[in-house]
Design a protein around this ligand. Sequence first.
Ligand code: CUK
Ligand code: CUA
Length: 764
Amino acid sequence: MRTYARVFGTLLIVLGVTAAAGMAVSAESLQDVMKRRELTQQDLLAAAKTYVPSGKRDEFLGFSSGGQSGQVIVYGIPSMRIVKYIGVFTPEPWQGYGFDESSKVVLDGGKVDGKTITWGDSHHPAISETNGQYDGQFLFINDKGNSRMAVIDLRDFETKQIVANPIFKSEHGGAFVTPNTDYVIETAQYPTPLENKKFYPLEQFNDKYRGGVTYWKFDRTAGRIQPQNSFTVELPPYSQDLSDAGKGPSDGWSFTNSFCTERYVGGIEKGRPPYEAGCSAKDTDYLHVINWRKAAELVAQGKARKINGHNVIPLETAVKEGILFLIPEPKSPHGVDVTPDGKLIIIAGKLDTHVSVFSFDKIQAAIRARKFESRDAYGIPVIAMSDVMQLQVQLGLGPLHTQYDSKPCIAYTSLYVDSQVAKWNYCDGKVLDKISVQYNIGHLMTMEGDSADPKGHYLVALNKLAIDRFTPVGPLHPQNHQLIDISGDKMELLYDMPLPLGEPHYAVAIAASKLKPAIRYKVGTDSRTDKPHPGAVKAGEEHTVRKGARVEVFGTLIRSHITPETIEVEVGDEVVINLTSLERAEDETHGFAVSTYNIQASIEPGKTVQVKFKADKEGVYPYYCTEFCSALHLEMQGYLLVKPKGYKAVKAVAEVAVYTKVDYDKELKKIADTQAVIDSVVGYITSVNYKDFPDVVAMVDDAFDQAGKIPAAKAKHDEAAKRGDFQNATLWAEQVWQYQVKTADLGLRAKTYLEQNGAKKVSK
Ligand code: CUK
Ligand code: CUA
């Protein structure tokens, strides 16, 4: 037993496990802390509502756009703890995104006119829906700056596809999904000629410049957008803005507002009044009402024409076929948000103090009766605003975006200029409450708040300015996401979270219980294609193939070893390295970096990646694992040897033996002691119902993998010892012990897991 305790202790040290430090009894009472930190009862209550103790999890997961970083930020609600950044439009080294070949292919999908773009203005995330409800399968996000759309698979939170819009130069109103995610909507922003690389002078703005709405066809089974089955409805040069898809009774329709329907072209350098003056002169702009289902039928009937290889329904066709209508909407509109029941459309005008509630029934009645007040300059029928208005409510200055509550008729609208959120009732028009936020709120998000079934509880205000909220960090401030409790009659501010990664515009939040992300990939998976990776190999099948000036390595990774340990090439060779992680244990990721060659991959359990580069400089370049994966992580290393052309090997210098029989015997003793620990752990695991815990089964599999390597190494040390070669005998014995350590590490983790998760004794 004493041996057990000693070896166990050594193992814990080797494994980097420290016993929990004795809990010191706090000398301070809650009252003392309140006094010292100047906290009120209200503060304590807010803290209690957001605090998620260690080991517990958040109720919701929020996906925020990462603005100019081109990424997506994932955080828990109510804790507001950031749990992930997802590389989307821009390379992200930690995830190896943009470094391994498959992720480069994804990023290359976002090339525009063959040009790589290394930033994105990521704006509006959207979660895939089934019958208007979030289903937790996919996330979409658009890049306003370069008109791109990305697909993220929520099984592994990785970006799988980026498509570049073939006819828009900039966009804004995306991503919005139709209720069954048949289409992902993307709306142009600044009008431009639709033909690629076509120049027309600004004087021809009205005739040659165009806007539009693109409906990207989504294939849910493949989890990819199908560009060939996608289409755009051409629109006038009205600076289309945000959009929303109809749902329920309004399913099949989409709504897109606009600003600068004046079609004003600035040019202050030519003495013309600037855009901001000319673009806000009129009292109203236009809401575009589009029957997308009928538009899709028109495309199927061959009524689209191709521009840059993409299906476009021309403006005249849209008018003639009766799929496009306009409705005036008050001054510089911004948000357009369909109510959960799909019956109403709430529009907020930045320069109007009201929100306008349009009725979808009334819109349809006007269309059926062909009751139009006029036609615009392009012949599009204009429905009178008064014919569709359900009600108008005065909320405050600068209303922008609206989200919904789980309680019927309750909406929340952001007031940019007032720096407030207004809670109001869109059925009777009553304003119910207002709360100040810090400061200048843009979007706001309630839980599943743009779906057919909002979940209430919380609201997050996405404030544009933080000003004095956080410890100063220089002129560039973080954004301030403020968590607000909306479960009661009055809104209550709970928490300020600084978000320091680009300017996030919109965010969406889903009940965490709807997400079922994977823990590991099936061994040998290419995560970006979801298919078996052609470069994958099994343990023991690692090899290198040399073909002319191309050297291709098929290697593996498992704690704490990279196979191969040496890669030898000649200068000028093309080097291709495929690496498969043989790990199955949860959270055992390895990295793979080659010094000074700009190579850094992330290889999560089961994943296979390929990195490729030209060995264009002679020399010795270490490669190593970049994730602290085990006690011998630093030893998870190797060398890339880039030899001069035609290099002849020098005669190897004989190794000097340093180990003797004494060292060897010590090793044997250590091995025997460790085996006792392993046996004890195995004894425990097999005495309980471990097979009921898939995570433990994976760890046990991994442990057996490691233990399975022991006999071969043991045969080597036995054989070397027999020869009296105690140098090699000691080293091979040490290797046996390394395998034991890894086996024990997994075993101990499995044991802890079982103990913490209520494993039950089974009779043998
Ligand atoms: S947007 Cu409205 S505040 Cu949706 Cu680009 Cu930024
Ligand atoms: Cu693998 Cu560090």
